[in-house]
Design a protein around this ligand. Structure first.
Ligand code: ADP
Length: 495
């Protein structure tokens, strides 16, 4: 069945190539292109942060300042427009007071900043003469939109449905009651269900997204199941269980055009599955760049990650030194995050000079060189909603060692020597020795060059493009619209 194209407004607080701190930006910079390729009228909104250069990105003003309600008053928003690769329209909401700053997050007025951007994104719609069928909201920054559509904008946007996507349940946007006034929803009141008593003392943006969106999704099927349990639910599981008929899992894709070892401008030598021999040049170049001993033989383990407990660093820090003492390997890390990990890895790099290198920075071109030059890619996450690193690594021929959780479980198949199947090395228990064992298995297998090569090739031939998942999002948009209409009918009948 082919339906009419949908109008979709996609909101994300970070979008590649304009602003990025993590995977959300990659998704926001690639999923909309795939939906447009399916014939949909999709447009993006994000704040115009100070670091987004108007000239570099060819921004042009499309709406003069207009007033946006904020905390019993109004603040002006200006709308600038550019596009993703000349294809998908991107609106940037400008308010210098709130967004003309060095960083993206972590300001004391973050609640106000993201309320303003979300609300301005709704207020701009009639002014652009473009009313979406679907508003696709992502993470806590945009989670009040479903709440508004059922309250403040019920009359003015009656036919627009919402999808709320959870990219990481650990970041919920928790603030005091005051934000309800800033957002203009205080008068509607709101009590969380009794089991969620804690939430009645705070305002939890994500909780509101889950409560009010017509459909809720997260970024892998396994994580969609996991978050219904207390272990992974981050306190939100009672609410998620109550709404579980509306909770769906759709695996993220990666931008397979941008992330292509056959054409990546940031790597030393191009290669692909048919032409794998040149790949080793990337390893040698990376070893040079990182100050490691240059050797094609020594297995090089790479890691690119935010340095937080979520990513398994508490395990890694316990086993890296014994591993280095007992096995031949090199380790290169790119990441920023918690100070204690910065120090721990700097210490290791000093003590294992020539074998351990750390780059405590955010650097996309260097990330590509690590994907292209490492032999093994490490992601021992405690939880992982989807994870992009392991997919990019496989595309670039670096064999992942991962924990069986969330999207890692859905994308990496454990190597089975008996049947010569699998794309990586998977461990289950969140224990240092389980990680150690998986790494030793990988290092031992690496010595068998033909077997290793076949694991690399299986990983490289996986299809992690957005095509299949974009179609699933489109189906979910239609479902959200149908569910919104059902609700409307029920509420009309009751009311
Ligand atoms: P998360 O969104 O939880 O941080 P993902 O694996 O979903 O984790 O996405 C992380 C993305 O950010 C990947 O594209 C990864 O390559 C990139 N990335 C993470 N840290 C860095 C860094 N220090 N420099 C460059 N890219 C990074």
């Amino acid at each position: 069945m082919t339906s009419r194209p949908l109008k979709i407004l996609f909101l994300a607080a970070e979008v590649v190539p304009f602003a990025k701190t993590g995977g959300l930006a990659d998704v926001a910079g690639s999923l909309p292109k795939a939906l447009q390729a399916l014939g949909q009228d999709i447009r993006i909104s994000l704040p115009r942060y100070g670091r987004i250069d108007r000239e570099k990105f060819g921004l042009r003003k499309v709406l003069d300042p207009f007033p946006v309600p904020l905390d019993n008053s109004q603040q002006p928003a200006e709308i600038w427009e550019t596009s993703l690769e000349g294809l998908v329209p991107v609106y940037m909401v400008e308010n210098q007071n709130l967004f003309d700053r060095e960083g993206i997050y972590m300001y004391p007025d973050d609640a106000e900043r993201f309320i303003f951007w979300s609300r301005a994104s709704l207020e701009m719609l009639p002014r652009l003469n473009w009313i979406p069928d679907i508003i696709h909201t992502n993470d806590w920054h945009t989670a009040l939109i479903p709440n508004w559509l059922k309250t403040v904008y019920r009359q003015s946007l009656p036919r627009t449905a919402t999808l709320y996507t959870i990219h990481n349940l650990a970041y919920q946007g928790i603030f005091g009651h005051r934000v309800l006034e800033i957002a203009g929803v205080a008068e509607y009141g709101f009590e969380y269900q009794p089991q969620m008593a804690d939430l009645n003392r705070v305002v939890n943006f994500m909780g509101r997204g889950i409560q009010f969106a017509d459909a809720v999704s997260t970024v892998s099927e396994t994580y969609a199941r996991e978050i219904l349990t207390p272990e992974f639910g981050e306190g939100m599981d009672p609410l998620l269980r109550e709404r579980k008929d509306r909770v769906f899992g759709i695996l993220n894709g990666i931008d397979s055009q941008v992330l292509d070892p056959a054409s990546d401008p940031h790597i030393a030598v191009h290669f692909d599955g048919q032409n794998l021999e040149p790949r080793v040049e990337n390893k040698l170049a990376l070893q040079k760049e990182a100050g490691l001993e240059t050797s094609a033989q020594i297995p090089l383990v790479g890691m690119i990650s935010r340095l937080t407990d979520q990513k398994g660093f508490d395990l890694l820090i316990q086993i890296l030194e014994p591993l280095l003492n007992n096995h031949s390997l090199q380790f290169v890390l790119l990441g920023t995050g918690e100070e204690r990990y910065h120090q721990a890895f700097q210490n290791l790099a000093r003590r294992f000079a020539g074998r351990v290198a750390v780059f405590l920075t955010f650097n996309t071109p260097l990330a590509q060189r690590i994907y292209a030059g490492s032999d093994i890619f490490l992601m021992p996450s405690r939880f992982e909603p989807c994870g992009l690193g392991q997919m990019i690594a496989m595309r670039y021929g670096s064999v992942p060692v991962v924990r069986r959780t969330g999207g890692l479980a859905d994308t990496v198949q454990d190597f089975d020597p008996q049947h010569q199947e699998g794309t990586g090395f998977v461990f289950t228990a969140y224990e240092p020795m389980a990680l150690y064992g998986a790494l030793v298995r990988a290092l031992e297998t690496y010595k068998h060059r033909d077997i290793w090569r076949s694991i690399m090739l299986r990983g490289m031939s996986q299809d992690f493009s957005w095509q299949a998942s974009a179609q699933r999002y489109l189906d979910l948009y239609h479902r959200a619209l149908a569910m919104a209409n059902e609700n409307e009918e029920v509420e009309t009948a009751i009311g």
